[in-house]
Write a protein that binds this ligand. Structure first.
Ligand code: B12
Length: 253
């Protein structure tokens, strides 16, 4: 099918109708915005004017999507339960909202055969305007010498209390020049703030202080904190203490 002009507002509205109540947010972007900041080896193999949507999970996702997913025994096998839940929510929304449309859904945890991630989540979040991506290059005259500091996105409402989960590429939908690239809110504008943020994310990420670099409107609930501070291998045992995974065929061995 030839590419057809997309109504960006209607695509985001339809997705939001399904996903907002599950604790996700969606932000549209053009593939060209993403590819233009990356070297050719990391480009997505689509047209510059192809429509894509980046999907974030907010603090609400745990209670609004994950616990009900576990309750309904949606979790099967040994792969990460949160990843299974996100995949279930996003793929169901896409197939029900856009039946017959070619949509390439890429998840944050998926790797290409080259071992590279299937998409760079932080770059996608930044160019869509969802969350500013603070990188080493955003701090002038820093003192980290030759050390590589990993960058981190900050959401204007949730600070660091969110995750970037998926990129949907609408292979048959294009958008025109009327779609203007939004600038993400620069919520950490000072040099000192950016140094504090990057140091917290790189050297103390386990204490989660980087998440509070701005005053967030909502953070993870105590139950969600308990889940994410539990090492991944012990999360199945924790889920059992919460009454999930009780049926024989769902119990990991
Ligand atoms: C591999 C990986 C890791 C690795 C390596 C980290 C890294 N950044 O390379 C390890 C295991 C160390 C790691 C650890 C963590 N990670 Co991690 N990780 C990833 C993953 C899967 C891929 C990142 C990657 O390989 N990037 C490749 C490098 C080369 O990209 P880059 O540094 O951004 O460089 C590009 C940009 O600079 C771009 N570029 C150039 N110029 C410009 C200009 C502009 C304006 C822009 C926008 C871009 C741009 O070009 C460069 C490439 O050429 C992502 C998910 C994903 N699919 O993206 C999560 C991700 C980055 N991790 C995340 C997190 C939270 C963590 C941890 C805190 C653990 C956790 N999950 O709780 C720790 C903290 C880091 C630390 N201190 O160790 C989050 C970050 C969320 C956020 N707010 O930003 C992500 C996005 C996962 C998610 N689902 O949300 N991680």
């Amino acid at each position: 099918m030839a590419a057809s002009s997309a109504n960006v507002e209607s695509v985001t509205r339809i997705l939001n109708e399904r996903l907002l109540q599950l604790g996700f947010e969606v932000y549209p972007l053009k593939i060209g915005w993403y590819n233009s900041v990356l070297p050719p080896s990391l480009h997505l193999p689509y047209r510059d004017d192809n429509l894509a949507v980046v999907v974030l999970s907010t603090p609400g996702m745990f209670e609004e999507a994950f616990l009900p997913f576990m309750e309904n025994s949606g979790c099967k096998g040994l792969s990460d339960p949160i990843d299974q839940c996100v995949r279930h929510c996003v793929s169901t929304a896409v197939s029900q909202c856009f039946p017959g449309q070619k949509v390439d859904v890429r998840y944050d945890y998926e790797l290409l055969p080259s071992r590279r991630p299937k998409f760079l989540a932080q770059t996608a979040a930044h160019v869509s305007g969802a969350a500013f991506y603070y990188q080493q290059s955003d701090v002038t005259d820093h003192t980290w010498a030759t050390k590589k500091m990993f960058g981190v996105c900050v959401h204007p409402k949730f600070g660091g209390w969110f995750a970037i989960r998926a990129l949907l590429v609408f292979e048959e939908m294009t958008v025109g020049s009327e779609m203007v690239q939004p600038v993400p809110p620069d919520c950490v504008p000072t040099r000192e703030g950016r140094i504090q943020l990057l140091e917290a994310f790189n050297f103390h990420w386990k204490d989660w202080s980087y998440r509070d670099i701005i005053h967030p409107v909502q953070t993870y609930s105590q139950k969600q904190r308990d889940y994410f501070t539990t090492p991944p291998a012990q999360r199945f045992a924790l889920l059992k203490t919460w009454g999930f995974l009780q049926r024989e065929d769902e119990r990991p061995t």
